[in-house]
Write a protein that binds this ligand. Structure first.
Ligand code: APR
Length: 229
């Protein structure tokens, strides 16, 4: 069975009503990264950080997978599919994707600030008074700017194993995650879906589909399922 790896970013969930980060009207126009998404921000004003992620969680809980998420699930009929996502929402899983790696964490989880293995499911707002069972405060289970990306090596191995790589809805601006795609095998087919022009340098066997994920992915998936790849 051929392996398809889907590398997704915020644009994947845009048609589910979740804001992207760097488009006009994106989250980083409204918020200062340094005030809500760094370890220093957590030190200085944890309430503001929690408030930002409480809003993200609330919006995720109100959203549903879109046609693009569903199309990726359909690929599992004929391919070994792994989704490597930068997104912290759970829409790939809700649609039914069975193998999803979250590079930047998951908003529906929290963890102890002292022990990153102590994870808890969270379905409502987190407060600074919430504690892990080791007694230390809980923080959102997300990767902040300036922090390590614990899933990086796994993501790299998976991307290296792809026969077909679909990159969708990411500006490829945030490293190290964005650099992962460059580990794809030279001979693998690459399909990049994004309504904006994304620069990726020299990348062999690349097809660009300059369109929204919700219309492009169902078509790309149909093509992959109906042809012998
Ligand atoms: N379909 C596909 N792509 C879309 C759509 C859509 N309907 N709408 C917008 N896009 C594209 C934009 O053109 C842009 O290229 O999604 C991309 C979103 O880019 P970013 O906002 O930079 O999001 P992403 O690449 O996922 O950001 C990476 O940055 O702030 C951090 O941790 C956060 O994981 C995130 C990381």
């Amino acid at each position: 069975m051929k392996r398809i790896v889907v590398f997704s970013g915020a644009g994947m969930s845009a048609e589910s009503g979740l804001k992207t980060f760097r488009d006009s009207g994106g989250l980083w126009e409204e918020y200062d990264i340094h005030e809500v998404a760094t370890p220093e921000a957590w030190e200085i004003n944890p309430e503001l950080v929690l408030d930002f992620y409480n809003q993200r969680r609330e919006q995720v809980l109100q959203s549903k997978p879109n046609a693009a998420h569903h199309a990726i699930v359909a690929l599992e009929k004929k391919f070994d599919v792994v989704v490597v996502t930068q997104n912290i929402d759970n829409l790939h899983e809700l649609a039914g994707s069975t193998n999803v790696i979250h590079l930047h964490g998951e908003i529906l989880k929290a963890r102890s600030v002292k022990n990153s293995d102590k994870l808890y499911n969270v379905n409502g707002p987190l407060s600074i008074h919430d504690r892990a069972d080791d007694g230390s405060p809980l923080r959102p289970h997300v990767v902040w700017f300036g922090e390590d990306v614990p899933m990086y090596e796994l993501g790299k191995t998976i991307i290296q194993s792809a026969d077909i790589l679909i990159i969708v809805g990411t500006s490829l601006n945030v490293f190290p995650a964005a650099g992962l795609v460059l580990h794809a095998k030279e001979e693998s087919r690459k399909i990049l879906i994004d309504p904006n022009e994304i620069s990726i340098g020299s990348f062999p066997n690349l097809i660009k589909v300059q369109e929204k994920a919700g219309s492009a992915l169902p078509r790309v998936v149909n093509d992959l399922l109906s042809n012998n790849h």
